[in-house]
Design a protein around this ligand. Structure first.
Ligand code: GLU
Length: 554
């Protein structure tokens, strides 16, 4: 019996040869400096921020070099698959503004000619290569079940030998093809293993894009490349795909670093050019004084979804990640405040080899900057889309008052030094709710927050007085002049200097008067400029609110 016969026995339905597959995936027509990168998640849940971070790096490396960035779904482990993960991943990428050129689409189709981009649709392709390896004596069927493997492990442990399936311990590596045939004909379940040419005595040197040169012992384990269900393992499938899809650079989490010897060996055995690998440390979370990895189960703020729900603009997340990727980005950003972050070229050798810390305060600051540079109309569009999904009550409010809302959002922008009050869309409602009559009504049910140093009677006197002299058309100077005059009439100092010189002569100062008017109109001690607020609220609403205040204050 020859290897050729064994290959036929194992894969009678597979007629194609690797050459047929190569002709379907010709080399990409790109310049030699172009990077082809990919994000290759397994659909096992929601996308975490570490994954999003690695993905932004991959996307930037591809697009800054006029290359290609694609998405591949690695779904060959059906037991671990969680329904809806692919959709979740695609949505998260689109939220974060990380575009992919090729890959599966939400509509169910795909874009790109190097597909299919879901591994479960590529099973035939993997089998062509597995058959090819068997035909060349480079892979073989192994019939060990869990019990058999356990026995080997126990013997190894007793002898203090390295555990695993390798060398002399690889029971089915050295059985005759006839013996193997008998097992197959008898219907014994089997996996296919790669016949490792490696030896743990020899070492390989490899240069990681992020971590630099690393030395490993060669892989000598006969790894499984096809499971009993006929599906390939991740190791095998990823090698086939990265080669056929023309991947030049792989950026991934450093939990994969120890697999590098296996991956290099696979590429070599298959006769493929190896991509370059860069392994990044996980992003860490600050908890009290210590740092730790984000926990999948415990830390909601470790998922991309959390930031979307909170309403961080996707671009703020990317902008923040740029700071973590290359620390010189910050300097560049200062010199180029209005450029897109995509105009900055990242480099892998300037990346932090140890885990970067996720700094929420920094993200908030960056996000405030990003939002402050938007026009009121743009902020409105974002808020509208976000609230539709996340805060329907607020959505109804702004939907009924579109123009009014844009005017509110335009307070303090666009100016040289725009207001930086929102870091995320969920910050907006608490800050501007008082503008909307329905929400204001609810707020004053629990009472007006008049400062303790002003009596109810004094507050009413101020509002009563002001409602008589208030004129909507007054410009800012005249408007303020009126408040000062009112202050004077009611025994308050017209300015702070006057008041400080002899506080006992006054009921308070002009600031107290303005504060009472502010409370009557907004029930807030801290608001943007009162004059701006009154302009936006309009004459009718201002008068109504003052009347309301006078009626309610007892
Ligand atoms: N499917 C693997 C994962 O879930 C991808 C590893 C790689 O990028 O090679 O992380």
């Amino acid at each position: 019996m020859s290897n050729e016969n064994m290959a036929e026995l194992l894969f009678p339905d597979i007629q194609q040869l690797p050459a047929d597959i190569y002709s379907q995936s010709p080399p990409r027509n790109l310049s030699s400096s172009a990077f082809v990168t990919r994000f290759a998640p397994s659909p096992t849940g929601s996308l975490n921020i570490g994954g999003l971070y690695a993905t932004l790096i991959s996307e930037r490396l591809a697009h800054q070099s006029n290359g290609v960035f694609f998405l591949r779904i690695e779904d060959t482990d059906k037991k671990r698959e969680i329904k809806g993960s692919m959709e979740n991943i695609i949505n998260a990428l689109s939220y974060a503004g990380i575009p992919f050129d090729e890959g599966p689409l939400l509509s169910g189709g795909e874009k790109g000619v190097y597909g299919p981009y879901k591994q479960s649709s590529r099973i035939q392709i993997y089998k062509v290569f597995i058959k090819h390896l068997v035909r060349n004596g480079l892979a073989y069927p192994c019939f060990c079940d869990a019990d058999g493997l356990q026995k080997i492990r126990i013997s190894q442990q007793n002898l203090k030998a390295t555990t695993g399936y390798y060398g002399e311990w690889a029971k089915h590596r050295n059985i005759s093809l006839e013996q193997a045939k008998e097992e197959i004909v008898n219907g014994k379940p089997f996996v296919i293993r790669l016949k490792s040419p490696g030896s743990s005595d020899r070492r390989i040197m490899y240069n990681d894009l992020v971590k630099g040169p690393i030395e490993f012992p060669e892989n000598d384990q006969d790894i499984v490349i096809m499971k009993t269900d006929g599906l390939p393992t991740y190791h095998f499938a990823h090698a086939i795909d990265d080669y056929l899809m023309g991947t030049t650079h792989v950026i991934r989490g450093d939990e994969w670093l120890s697999s590098v010897p296996i991956h290099l060996q696979l590429f070599e055995t298959l006769g493929f050019r190896t991509p370059e690998y860069g392994h990044i440390a996980p992003i860490m979370k600050q908890v009290g004084a210590s740092k730790r990895k984000f926990s999948k189960r415990k830390d909601l703020d470790g998922t991309a979804q959390f930031y979307k729900e909170q309403g961080y603009p996707g671009i703020a997340i990317s902008e923040y990640f740029m700071n973590l990727i290359n620390s010189n980005f910050e300097e560049w950003r200062m010199a180029n405040p209005y450029e897109s972050f995509k105009d900055f070229s990242i480099s892998t050798n300037k990346m932090n080899a140890s885990g970067a810390l996720f700094d929420m305060d920094k993200l908030n600051d960056i996000s405030k900057d990003v939002i402050s540079r938007l026009t009121g109309n743009r902020v409105f569009d974002h808020l509208y889309t976000w609230s539709k999904e996340m805060d329907p009550e607020f959505y109804n409010c702004i939907d009924k008052n579109k123009e009014y809302t844009v005017n509110i959002l335009n307070i303090g922008r666009p100016t040289e030094k725009p207001r930086k009050d929102y870091s995320k869309w969920s910050d907006v409602k608490p800050m501007i709710a008082f503008f909307y009559d329905d929400l204001f009504e609810v707020d004053i049910q629990s009472g007006y927050k008049v400062p303790a140093n002003v009596s109810v009677e004094a507050a009413k006197e101020i509002v009563r007085g002001y409602s008589k002299i208030y004129r909507f058309n007054n410009e800012k100077d005249a408007w303020f002049q009126k408040i000062k005059e009112l202050a004077g009439e009611l025994g308050y100092a017209k300015d702070m200097k006057q008041y400080k010189a002899s506080p006992d002569n006054y009921n308070g100062h002009v600031g107290d008067v303005a504060m009472v008017i502010r409370i009557a109109l907004t029930n807030r001690a801290n608001t943007p400029d009162l004059f701006d607020i009154m302009k936006i609220m309009g004459e009718k609403r201002v008068l109504l609110r003052m009347r309301r205040f006078l009626g309610d204050m007892k």
